[in-house]
Design a protein around this ligand. Structure first.
Ligand code: GLU
Length: 281
């Protein structure tokens, strides 16, 4: 099997050893199988992503010896494509506008004794799900801020009784349970796509057949599987890897300057040192 894999960082900080591990693993699956390795910039959050961090990613990945296909897809260049997908879901009644502020949602959640929680926190209580067309039009007219949410109930209805599955490499087939995400946000007025929608769209568009990423994104795959079903996209295989720890066993975070590839290079680490640290020597 020739794998098409990708590494999809957000250029909102310097890459650290954990990123190097993830990218190296994706690269290895592609190269050893005679497949292809893709690099993609997930820069939908334009307030945090910068061209400087993007350039630093190219430099750091080159330093550790990775090569990727050109041109590199940059999500911010394709906002219109994601908006078009959302419009289709909207027309099918699978997406609705939600005008609640975060504060209003928190207050509503606090009021109910057993508010259900999903992987990303408390589930949206559904306040705006049943607004009438007139009410929605009025709020749009007023210029109110809004989020576009997936109508999970309607989406599950489209799915029907058929279970959805995805394959985790080395582990086997897992049944997707997207309901635990509730009415998840797929876009906001000022940000025309969420991570979930963009990643599913791009992986399909780019023909990614094996998604290699950290265990922290494992839960998201349950939702991604549903989006693939709704959009009639193929389902890649998945490999969610453990997260790299520093020498003291703490999970690496973007804020740990000492763990960035840049810092290591400046401190005189060789590529071999880095590869040894992440277990790819
Ligand atoms: N862009 C995501 C991140 O920086 C990774 C997305 C993915 O691998 O699915 O964490």
């Amino acid at each position: 099997m020739k794998y098409v894999t990708r590494f999809a960082p957000s250029p909102s900080g310097f890459l650290h050893a954990g990123h190097a591990y993830s990218a190296s693993m994706a690269y290895k699956y592609a190269m050893e199988s005679g497949g292809r390795f893709i690099l993609r910039m997930e820069d939908i959050d334009q307030t945090r992503c910068t061209p400087e961090f993007e350039d630093a990613i190219y430099e750091d990945l080159s330093w550790i010896g990775l090569k990727w296909e050109e041109p590199v897809r940059r999500q911010s260049d394709h906002f219109e494509d994601y908006a078009a997908v959302l419009e289709k879901l909207y027309d099918r009644g699978l997406v609705y506008p939600c005008f609640c502020t975060r504060k209003e949602i928190a207050a509503e959640v606090a009021q109910s004794a057993n508010a259900p929680h999903g992987p990303d926190g408390p589930l949206y209580p559904g306040t705006c799900r049943h607004l009438t067309d007139d009410e929605r039009a009025e709020r749009f007219e007023r210029g109110d801020a809004y989020a576009l949410r997936l109508n999970m109930e309607a989406a599950l209805k489209e799915k029907g009784d058929q279970p959805l599955y995805f394959e985790e490499l080395d582990k086997g087939v897992i049944e997707a349970d997207p309901a635990k995400f509730g009415d998840v946000v797929l876009a906001r007025k000022e940000t025309p796509t969420s991570y979930h929608l963009a990643v599913v769209y791009d992986d399909a568009l780019q023909g990614v057949s094996l998604v290699v990423r950290g265990q922290d994104l494992f839960e998201a795959t349950h939702l991604h599987r549903l989006l693939q079903f709704l959009l009639e996209f193929p389902t890649p295989q998945y490999k969610h890897h453990g997260l790299v720890s520093d020498l003291k066993g703490r999970r690496l975070a973007k804020r740990d300057k000492a763990a960035t590839l840049r810092h290591m290079r400046e401190e005189g680490y060789s590529v071999d040192d880095v590869r040894k640290l992440i277990g790819f020597s």
